[in-house]
Design a protein around this ligand. Structure first.
Ligand code: SF4
Length: 323
């Protein structure tokens, strides 16, 4: 591990002081510390934000909920308000990692975790995300866990978060604080980038821009469901996951919200089948542009079948959640 400066900060005002070099925020550290050990992340300064007062969950306006960036995944998943009104989020969180990791991992850190592409962590192999211009090992080699939507010639990695998939389906919004102290809001859906020609950039955040928290609006009426398909039932990332909110009125589909995980460089909000009553046609529409890279060709029919099965289960579920 390369030497770095460490500072535990007591207030957000300490962020953005005119100091040289690259800084990273440290919260739970469940991904960043591993990346530093591999020398994939080599910050000059580590700003430990874990003591900031950003670990509360508060009622928001119009039936919404404000979640501080330091709220742990366990605390968020087990909050009675989340379990009752946003069960999609609770289910997605509980499907991620292990209990130990969820106790440590934070809301902001979960969103900013990096891909689990094998070659990103293998510093002996070319990787455009780690070293731009070096090439992408995954395109021609082991790409079983890689993207089928929105990939580029430069990178076919996927984003690993389950929580982010639920937040995208729920239209959650971020509150961000820039290094100059100004604040802005951003939909979670707009946080992550597609790889394009710059796969080294995972998000649209500016340097030292901090996620202060996430606001969950009151959910739309309908049945919420999260389904994750993976190689084993615990401590595995999604091959494909699906979050849905299905509203059925008098036996007819009124509206559908769909987000996929494990299929793209970002949580993938699927907008093409907002009212399609035939679930098979809805799945075909959403995956019409999907493209495999040999090892991961199986993900296309898997995503289609997972979406159809999840929508059918939601249609028959007795758990309806109203805003
Ligand atoms: Fe690197 Fe992306 Fe290629 Fe993986 S898929 S080797 S992260 S460039």
């Amino acid at each position: 591990m390369k030497p770095f400066d460490y500072r535990r900060i007591q207030s957000v005002e300490e962020i953005g002081r005119d100091e040289p070099g690259q800084a990273r925020f440290l919260a739970g550290g469940t991904n960043l510390i591993d990346l530093m050990k591999h020398e994939i992340e080599v910050p000059d300064r580590l700003l430990d934000i874990s003591r900031l007062k950003l670990a509360s969950i508060e009622d928001g306006e119009n039936g919404g909920l404000r979640v501080g960036t330091l709220v742990t995944n366990t605390a968020l998943a087990s909050d009675p308000r989340v379990r009752k009104t946003w069960p999609l989020l609770s289910a997605a969180l509980l499907s991620g990692a292990t209990a130990q990791l969820r106790n440590r991992a934070t809301t902001g850190g979960n969103l900013l975790q990096r891909t689990r592409c094998f070659y990103f962590y293998d510093t002996a192999r070319p990787c455009n995300k780690r070293n731009p211009g070096e090439g992408c090992s995954a395109r021609e080699e082991q790409n079983r866990i890689h993207a089928i939507l929105g990939a580029s010639d430069q990178c076919i990695a996927t984003h690993p978060s389950d929580m982010a998939v639920a937040m995208v389906a729920l239209d959650a919004r971020l509150t961000l604080r820039a290094a100059d102290g100004s604040e802005r809001e951003l939909p979670v859906e707009a946080l992550h980038r597609l790889p394009g020609d710059h796969p080294e950039q995972d998000t649209v955040l500016e340097p030292e821009e901090l996620i202060l928290g996430v606001t969950l609006p009151a959910p739309p009426p309908g049945r919420q469901m999260y389904r994750k398909v993976r190689d084993r039932s615990s401590y595995a990332f999604a091959l494909v996951s699906v979050g849905v909110i299905l509203h059925v009125v008098e036996g007819k589909v009124d509206s559908i919200r769909i987000a996929f995980g494990g299929v793209a460089h970002k949580p993938w909000r699927a907008h093409k089948a907002a009212t399609e009553a035939n679930f098979r046609l809805a799945a075909e529409a959403e995956l019409a542009d999907a493209k495999g890279y040999d090892n991961n060709d199986f993900k296309i029919p898997l995503a289609r079948r997972t979406l159809v099965a999840t929508l059918r289960d939601a249609a028959h579920s007795e758990e309806e959640v109203s805003a």
